[in-house]
Ligand binder design. Structure first.
Ligand SMILES: Cc1cc2nc3c(=O)[nH]c(=O)nc-3n(C[C@H](O)[C@H](O)[C@H](O)COP(=O)(O)OP(=O)(O)OC[C@H]3O[C@@H](n4cnc5c(N)ncnc54)[C@H](O)[C@@H]3O)c2cc1C
Length: 440
């Protein structure tokens, strides 16, 4: 029997009752229920705390064994340990299995038997030890599925969104395994160009599969197998990005303090970030006076999605230009990101803030104007999300001010002044890190 718990410990903590991720989960479960119905079974969904719900359900259905996939977030580890304990008290077993990554936890270690702290040697080792069996799907024994008639006592089927306590929202992507498959097939037609196109936010050069990978509506093993059918540099690059995902999952499992508000690099924990609430708010609202940052944040607020290049640009801008604590940005992303995943989000934020696994030192500081010129050279993305800048030429659109940030005759009247100047803030950011490094 297949069970899904709408976990109220997680749901009650969400800031909004109209959350796109709930709509996505809900519609994906409709698909699962339809598929199980076609096989003569049904999906079972319950709403509540899993440590109560799972043992109760196992009791009602006289299930000897409950199986779930591994989850290395601190909350999940604690929850799973408690479910194991409660099931064991009634003679039942709880097993978790690897599913959401190809290689996990302590499977990829360096020659001294320790976890890697840097990506490139990790990925080299990853390729050394992975075997074809790691990319194969398990064959579930569908004959063992409970017959729908035997489930009557437990109200089979999906709950309604109202029962779950959320309102339905619009979705711009097709949910479920159908949506995942469509997206993967579509991406395979352009995977060869991934290396060239992946950094340009104005075109659809990436797969857009992160949401499906997050919710398990596409298999990570299938993504690798599909990519391997294309022997192109683009495909190899894409597989490297999939391994970044594995890397961050490993970092969370092996260095759990990163998921508990601590920096990966201990010396950076001491940094006191002086950024103001006012600057943080301007960043959230896309009103910083930096067109590429504002376009990215407005797109994010409207869709729950942001291109990887822009995630790096806005994260670096918040931490190294506005000097705001990366944890505030991490939390803002966690609230809104459709593909929110603690390991990748934390990894991306700590990488950008130079408190994490970046092999480069803290003086990697993006200049947002140069990033804009390089990756949105014709201002296509900026024009889409900052309509007030639409009529500027391709040179002005990246910085519609004079060099020292003053307004010019061309600056659109409804566009905000730059809230800081990059060349000044860069020096302040360097000083913060230097002080932390020398223990001041
Ligand atoms: C500050 C910040 C926060 C981020 N938060 C998340 C998050 O919460 N969830 C999330 O899935 N990704 C996150 N990322 C990574 C990355 O931005 C997204 O995975 C990517 O933009 C998703 O788009 P795509 O599916 O088109 O990626 P593609 O370019 O098609 O890449 C394929 C897959 O590889 C994985 N991947 C690609 N780049 C990365 C990366 N840098 N780190 C980890 N995995 C990667 C994703 O699963 C992605 O779907 C974050 C990055 C940064 C800089």
């Amino acid at each position: 029997m297949v069970v899904f718990v709408y976990d109220t410990i997680i749901l009650d903590a969400l800031p909004s009752r109209s959350d796109r991720r709930l709509t996505l989960i809900h519609r994906s479960l409709e698909e699962v229920d339809q598929e199980l119905t076609a096989l003569g079974s049904r999906l079972v969904t319950v709403i509540g705390d899993p440590i109560e719900e799972i043992p109760q359900l196992a009791e009602m259905l006289r299930a000897d064994l409950v199986v779930a996939s591994h989850d290395d977030e601190a909350y999940a580890l604690k929850r799973d340990a408690e479910v194991t304990r409660r099931l064991a008290a009634t003679g039942r077993k709880f097993e978790t299995v690897k599913d959401h990554v190809v290689l996990e936890r302590a499977e990829v270690l360096n020659n001294s038997g320790e976890p890697f702290r840097v990506f490139t040697p990790y990925s080299r080792k990853w390729w050394e030890i992975v075997t074809p069996a790691d990319f194969a799907e398990r064959d579930p024994n569908l004959a063992q599925l409970a017959n729908a008639d035997s489930l009557m006592g437990v109200a089979p089927g999906n709950r309604t969104m109202a029962e779950v306590g959320f309102t339905d929202t619009d979705l711009w992507l097709t949910p479920g395994a159908k949506g995942g498959q469509e997206r993967l097939n579509n991406f395979l037609t352009k995977i060869a160009r991934y290396g060239e196109d992946r950094d340009i936010p104005g075109i659809e050069g990436t797969s857009g599969l992160s949401v499906h990978l997050r919710f398990g509506t596409v298999s990570i093993r299938e993504c690798f197998r599909a990519a391997m059918t294309s022997e192109t540099a683009g495909s190899r690059k894409w597989q490297t990005e999939l391994i970044w995902r594995e890397f961050y999952q490993m970092i969370l499992a092996q260095f759990p303090h990163v998921g508990q508000g601590k920096t990966f690099k201990p010396e950076t924990d001491a940094i006191h970030w002086p950024g103001t609430d006012e600057h943080f708010r301007a960043w959230c609202e896309g009103q910083t006076g930096y067109p590429i940052v504002d376009a990215a944040m407005r797109c994010f607020n409207a869709t729950g999605w942001m291109h990887n290049r822009l995630r790096m640009v806005v994260a670096m801008f918040l931490t190294k230009d506005l000097l705001v604590d990366w944890r505030r940005g991490e939390a803002y992303f966690a609230d809104l990101l459709l593909d929110f995943d603690l390991a990748s989000n934390n990894g991306g934020w700590q990488w950008s803030a130079s408190t994490g696994v970046d092999a480069q030192p803290y003086f990697r500081i993006f200049n947002p104007i140069l990033q804009s010129r390089k990756f949105d050279s014709e201002g296509k993305f900026i024009r889409e999300w900052c309509p007030e800048l639409r009529d500027l030429d391709n040179k002005q659109i990246h910085w519609p001010f004079s060099d020292d940030g003053a307004r010019t005759l061309e600056t659109p009247s409804d566009y905000p002044n730059p809230i800081v100047l990059h060349f000044e803030q860069r020096e302040k950011a360097m000083a913060l890190f230097q002080a932390a490094e020398s223990g001041r």
